[in-house]
Design a protein around this ligand. Sequence first.
Ligand code: ZN
Length: 278
Amino acid sequence: MLQDIEPRVFRNAFQNRPADPQDLFLAFQDDNVLIRQDKDKLWYPSFADFSVSHPQLRQKARFLFTIDELNYYLVEEEGLEAVPGWVYVSNKRFRSKNWRSFIGIIGWQLHSWYNNHKFCSRCRERLQHSEIERLLYCASCGMSVYPTIAPCVIVGVYDKDRLLMTKYANREYRKYALIAGFNEIGESLEQTVCREVWEEVGLRVKNIRYYKSQPWPFSDTLLAGFFAELDGADTIRLDEDELAVGVWLSRKDIPEWHESISLTGEMIEVFRRATVEL
Ligand SMILES: [Zn+2]
């Protein structure tokens, strides 16, 4: 999945340390990220690459995280693409299973969070950056803001050798998916599973079993995957605002899933291959 970057090691512990010349940085312009023009891969710049054109860049950089022994920083600076050899490319490049994509999308998530939280929503003062943790705070009224992470469930509803597969309504994404939805106030994740399955397809489930979780930085969500067995009638009553298709597919009819970044894809594949214990 997206977050599986072994043998690379991702460390998200916050450090309040100045950048060294060999440290790397991420720079974004809207939904685009700065990379080396002549590399096929997402090749991020080091401060040394910009030491002549932008000698003050290191002083203005914000620590992001560490991969292996290398620290990554966030830079907000105009005109970096004017330096020969560097270009902004779409962050759609992050939708691949690759440790560089993972770095990019986590960086983009933090960049967006900082960008969307410049002022206190309670008293309108400018938010300050904590020097001891990944936190924004208001020195005037004391409010604290942590990175946005919203819990969601993904549910593989099954009945013997059939899996309930869906397609979203009104979305660019056209492949099969599983039932999914946000956790609401006052709910356990298991209760979210029951509610979402009922709301989206009108079915009851039992034997809810946790499978795995996955960070999904594209939408600031944490996905928790569950398998749940059909309980009672199998007649699907589709929520047509949310879904265009809802069908029961036998293992032999489930299309093979070729992309490997998403939890949804992995759950469909392990069910299709009957390699998950239910
Ligand atoms: Zn405030």
